[in-house]
Design a protein around this ligand. Structure first.
Ligand SMILES: [Zn+2]
Length: 379
């Protein structure tokens, strides 16, 4: 059987379920830490697993440039290469080509670009992207698409979305079905409800093991993102997993789960950890802030990670100020732990039919605003 999802409970539009893959099952809603270049930055694979994470993301663009997909395949695939034996989702490379690559030209067939690493010329097409993801050994392969720039006119968003739908059909044709593996289509269409509806219809006509919402969290803001989900998610197949790409803050994730999303990935917990920012049950803390310099209390008394269980805010502040490597390591661990605990709590609440109460408690803890956690400034 190919990769599939089974429901476990519902609370309104929110869903708890189980994703069945070649590398085991994953309870949803799930947050996938981002393992950009074959590593979740500053974390060993064992540490990632210790947080409760069961599925990670790998980046096709980074891995195709360095060390190369064929090399990873010769070394036994990405699971073995990075010592991660749970499921892996790989993106298609499309987003990074747009955001990182040098000089690029796009045509109907694909994209030609120069590597940001060494300037070498590369080409990605739907067929090559799917082949790279197969060489890496991805449990979930993503269709190659164009991430529509924001802002875009409705006409630009329509042209871009329709190209992505033609590429989705080519990705489907190129994908070789394998036990426990699947291909996800990506809904595009910017913030325009008719285009989102057209995109969902095009993808469901092709048929995929899962459906992602792409092209959000690109600067449109949380209200526009939620509005787009409100008009898109109800059109998506009930029986398939739904993945919101590149999202987001804890408040973004909570709001999206509420609207029926099952899967998430984002660099926020790892990137923030490396810059001294910690997501906690009481909002976002900036460990660079001088007010933590002599604070013996734990980062988050509700957290059991090594940063919280064994160290003080004062020590974490010192590590960050002194630019010691352990600072980003401990804060990344904490942030991934916080996101995993967040997902666990949300899933338990859905199963118990009390997501509304749980959400209110989370938002009260994050601070005064229900939209986004309060954040400290540098100082
Ligand atoms: Zn912690």
């Amino acid at each position: 059987m190919t990769l599939h999802w089974t429901p476990a409970a519902r609370d309104g539009a929110a869903r708890a379920g189980v994703l069945h893959t070649a590398h085991g099952t994953v309870e949803t809603p799930v947050f996938m830490p981002v393992g950009t270049a074959g590593t979740v930055k500053a974390m060993t694979a064992d540490a990632v697993r210790a947080t409760g994470a069961r599925m990670v993301l790998g980046n096709t663009y980074h891995l195709m440039l360095r060390p190369g997909a064929e090399r990873v395949a010769r070394l036994g695939g990405l699971h073995r290469f990075m010592d991660w034996h749970g499921p892996i989702l790989t993106d298609s490379g499309g987003y990074q080509v747009m955001s990182l690559a040098g000089l690029r030209t796009m045509d109907e067939e694909g994209v030609t670009f120069r590597s940001h690493v060494d300037g070498a010329k590369h080409r990605l097409t739907p067929e090559r992207s799917v082949e790279i993801q197969r060489l890496l050994g991805a449990d979930v392969t993503m269709c190659f698409d164009e991430c529509t720039p924001f802002p875009a006119t409705e006409e630009q968003a329509a042209t871009s979305m329709r190209l992505s739908m033609r590429w989705a059909a080519r990705s489907r044709a190129a994908f070789q079905p394998r036990e426990g593996h699947g291909l996800f289509g990506i809904v595009q269409g910017g913030v325009h409800p008719p285009l989102r509806a057209e995109s969902v219809a095009a993808l469901t006509a092709i048929g995929f093991e899962g459906y992602a919402v792409g092209g959000l969290a690109v600067g449109e803001g949380q209200a526009a993102m939620f509005a787009t989900l409100d008009c898109t998610v109800p059109l998506m197949p009930q029986e398939a997993p739904r993945y919101l790409m590149g999202v987001g803050t804890p408040a973004d994730i909570l709001g999206a789960v509420w609207r029926g999303i099952d899967m998430f990935d984002c660099v926020i917990p790892t990137r923030s950890g490396r810059t001294g920012r910690a997501y906690t049950s009481r909002g976002v803390l900036n460990l660079r802030n001088a007010r933590h310099a002599e604070d013996p209390s734990p980062l988050d008394p509700a957290c059991g990670c090594p940063a919280c269980a064994r160290h003080s805010r004062a020590y974490l502040h010192h590590l960050i100020k002194a630019e010691e490597m352990l600072g980003p390591m401990l804060l990344t661990w904490h942030n991934i732990q916080y996101y995993q605990d967040l997902m666990r709590g949300i899933r338990d609440a859905i199963c118990a039919g009390r997501l509304a109460e749980h959400a209110a408690a989370l938002e009260a803890g994050w601070g005064s605003s229900p939209q986004a956690p309060a954040e400290e400034k540098d100082g």
